[in-house]
Write a protein that binds this ligand. Structure first.
Ligand code: TTP
Ligand code: MG
Length: 413
């Protein structure tokens, strides 16, 4: 609504601007990033397609592979029937490329996307490995939101090399439907006065929060589209579905008031940075890790987080993700220790070519500072708790104690 349309004296409507990002055929796009020959080809990412294997499912399929009827969660045998492997039938123009799931790699790519999103949104709610909501009310305005959304897509494409679809709307539910509306490489902006019209023809089964069972029940009530739902009797919906019914009714009317809230306490804090290409200069790698260690320790201090595990991530060409971590005997807030441990862990990679490094602290503890310092830590002469010193000593006694070795990457986001 433009200012001129406002009634004299009426307060400005506080319309939020919510942006939803969902990466296109995400795992397949990640595979294309490290194997550019796969661009434009049918690509299936999944398990169980090698000879001799029988069980497995499709995680995702590129849009070219979807044309053959291959889709997420399909049994791998069914996918192979629709789209044989290029490896088996090199001359068949209707064959596709199958690749195994490499979650560490996808998580790494997803983490880089999320870093950009955190720079671009006032608040960000991460939903999954490839999906997030951003509140961008203070970053853009209706009328220029399309340019802003294009900028988001371009930054992801340029800096991470994977395609995203973006939807913009005044609420989360409509923004999600908008990002899905024109996939892949979609960009759909639904302005406040267009919401009802945009939602009207959408199948209720596509509305967030309506699963197949509830969709069937709604169909039985004669409610097929979001438009039908928006003009249904809200009391009947509440009778049938309880509070949920009212929420869905509101969503169908574009009245989803949920704020874009970040998820609760993080499980870990991390920072990472890529070198331009790969570097053989290990001194540079060490310095970069020292900088990241300081930044992560600083972030933990500001968030009042103690950590029990300190880790590094090292990505070597072509795209091998290595993680190493060390667990401490107790939670600490100790920048010097973060520096010590990360440099120590990094030593293993001396002499290797490195594309990217990351530092993470995890096993976070947000209990009161005071309490944590009384928790078995010694006090110095002045009566201050000195957890770091005592832990550093204990660590020196048993340098390998608590080493995790290879750890899961799922917290490295
Ligand atoms: P989605 O965003 O649902 O799918 P997608 O990104 O592959 O495709 P779209 O363009 O339609 O968004 O899921 C993200 C990733 O999660 C997907 O690339 C693979 C993984 N996944 C599975 O492993 N199994 C599944 O059943 C689904 C739906 C997704
Ligand atoms: Mg996706």
């Amino acid at each position: 609504m433009v200012d001129g349309e406002r009634l004299p004296g009426a307060p400005a409507r506080e319309e939020r601007i919510v942006l939803h990002v969902d990466m296109d055929c995400f795992y397949a796009s990640c595979e294309r990033r490290r194997e550019p020959e796969l661009r434009g080809e049918p690509v299936v990412v999944g398990m169980g397609y090698e000879p001799g294997e029988t069980v497995g499912a499709v995680a995702t399929a590129s849009y070219e592979a979807r044309e053959y009827g291959v889709e997420s969660a399909q049994a791998i045998g069914a996918a192979l029937e629709k789209l044989p492997r290029k490896a088996d039938e090199p001359d068949n123009p209707d064959a596709g490329y199958y690749r195994p799931v490499d979650l560490d790699f996808y998580q790494d790519v997803g983490g880089s996307v999320k870093e950009i999103l955190h720079e671009l949104g006032d608040t960000v709610r991460e939903v999954s490995i490839d999906e997030a909501y951003l509140d961008v009310t203070d970053r853009t305005a209706w009328g220029v939101a399309e340019g802003f959304a294009r900028h988001v897509k371009q930054r992801i494409a340029r800096e991470v090399g994977v395609p995203a679809s973006v939807g913009v709307a005044p609420d989360m539910s409509t923004a999600k439907l908008a990002s899905d509306y024109d996939k892949p490489d979609g960009l759909v902006v639904v302005e406040p006065d267009e919401v009802r019209e945009f939602l009207a023809p959408i199948d209720v089964a596509d509305v967030h929060g309506i699963g197949p069972v509830r969709a069937r029940e709604l169909h039985e009530m004669g409610i097929e589209t979001a438009g039908d739902l928006a003009s249904a009797d809200p009391y009947e919906l509440t009778d049938k579905f309880g509070d949920r019914g009212r929420d869905l009714y509101r969503r169908a009317r574009g009245e989803d008031n949920r704020p874009v809230e970040p998820r609760g306490k993080p499980k870990s804090l991390s920072r990472e940075s890529a070198f331009d290409g790969a570097t053989d200069d290990f001194e540079r790698v060490r310095e970069q890790v020292a900088t990241l260690a300081e930044a992560v320790a600083d972030r933990a201090t500001r968030k009042d987080a103690f950590y029990r595990t300190i880790g590094v991530k090292v990505v070597t060409p072509p795209y091998d993700v290595h993680t190493r971590a060390e667990s401490l005997p107790g939670p600490v807030d100790d920048p010097v220790l973060v520096d010590d441990v990360t440099q120590d862990l990094l030593g293993e990679f001396a002499g290797e070519s490195v594309r990217k490094v990351g530092v993470r602290v995890s096993n976070l503890d947000f209990s009161e500072r005071e309490q944590a310092s009384l928790d078995g830590f010694e006090a110095d002469d002045a009566g201050n708790a000195t957890p770091s010193t005592s832990l550093r000593e204990r660590r020196r006694d048993d340098p390998d104690g608590g080493r995790d070795g290879q750890i899961s990457l799922d917290e490295f986001e």
